[in-house]
Design a protein around this ligand. Structure first.
Ligand SMILES: [Zn+2]
Length: 334
């Protein structure tokens, strides 16, 4: 008989799926989760939606995955967090925790005695991370961001974590891949530092979602589960693996004002090009953002409002020669 699977107050017997709430440590908040205890022995994976609450594609994908995955076809265990930043969702914040205005993906490692964002991070570390072997975090561009779909894997962890997270990321059917060198701050980064291969998928943006994007997220997650032996069946994937963009430049806004980006997500440009301008309410230019390298826009603020020290634009290095080479050596996996 396979063991019961317990997370927080929930227990799933062999072959059972159980849904309920996980209490956040020292807080009056609980978040909706589902446990799937597979019929067979195997590894345990965490799938998380709504760490950022305006990133609706990931939330709806997590909800549908929790409902669709069948314990009879699972080896090991699956934890689905349907919506992590629940209070942000219920107050429709732009992905910050409602009570403290913090970004959960900047506070890892968390704290039991901090504010709610710290306590949410601490709850993951205490109640979930000790029990998982892998982690997929489902994100989008935020409500004020445009984004081209891409995937993050880990570059600053043990060889096993780096290699396994890259293999998981290569299965994701997107054009671009970014290797993150962080080992704190983000939920998946910190999980990597604990020995858990983790990836973060970015798909969708602008606080909208549609079924086609959700289907793509679900397909990617199911393929990774098959690759890891957690879900039965063969990986069903076509096309080339994601292309790594490196280095990636993250530009924050130096001043608050009105933001006028020059390009769309996925557009490419040359070093020295003007990639956006911030003006005041009278049309005076406050700041001109010049490209520091040939680049491709991964995500950028698309709201007219831009806020000092907040995100502005993120772009990866883009080299036409590398691009042509990659086309020639297109690598089709599985
Ligand atoms: Zn996010």
């Amino acid at each position: 008989m396979k063991k019961e699977f317990k997370i927080g107050p929930l227990t799933a017997a062999e072959g059972e799926k159980v849904s309920g709430y996980l209490p956040i440590v020292n807080a009056e908040v609980e978040v909706p989760i589902t446990l799937i205890n597979g019929r067979n022995e195997g590894k345990t994976i965490l799938i998380c939606g709504g760490l950022h609450n305006a990133e609706y594609v990931g939330i709806q994908s997590a909800i549908e995955l929790a409902d669709e995955l069948d314990p009879e076809n699972v080896s090991g265990n699956i934890i689905v967090i349907r919506l992590l930043n629940r209070t942000g969702f219920e107050h429709r914040t732009m992905s910050l925790v409602y009570e403290d205005g913090k970004n959960i993906n900047r506070v890892f490692p968390g704290s039991a005695t901090g504010t709610l964002a710290d306590q949410i991070a601490y709850t993951l570390e205490k109640d979930i991370y000790p029990f998982i072997d892998f982690f997929i975090d489902l994100h989008c561009g935020d409500g004020y961001e445009g984004l081209v779909p891409y995937v993050y894997c880990l570059g600053n962890a043990s060889d096993y974590v780096v290699e396994t997270s890259r293999k998981m990321a290569d299965i994701v059917q997107v054009d671009y891949l970014v290797v993150s060198m962080l080992d704190t701050e983000g939920a998946y980064n910190y999980a990597g530092s604990l020995g858990i291969p983790s990836i973060l998928i970015e798909r969708g943006c602008k606080a909208v979602w549609d079924q086609a994007l959700v289907e793509e997220d679900k397909k990617d997650v199911k393929n990774i589960l098959r690759y890891l032996g957690i879900l039965g069946g063969e990986v069903q994937r076509t096309g080339s693996i994601p292309k790594e963009v490196n280095p990636v430049i993250y530009e924050n806004a130096p001043v608050t004002g009105c933001w006028y980006p020059s390009f769309q997500p996925g557009d490419t440009f040359k070093e020295g090009d003007v990639i956006g301008v911030i003006k005041d309410y009278f049309g005076n230019v406050l700041f001109t953002c010049y490209a520091k390298q040939n680049g491709i826009v991964l995500y950028e603020v698309i709201s007219l409002c831009i806020i000092k020290d907040g995100p502005m634009i993120t772009y990866g290095a883009w080299d036409q020669e590398i691009d042509r080479h990659a086309e020639r050596s297109k690598d089709v996996i599985m």
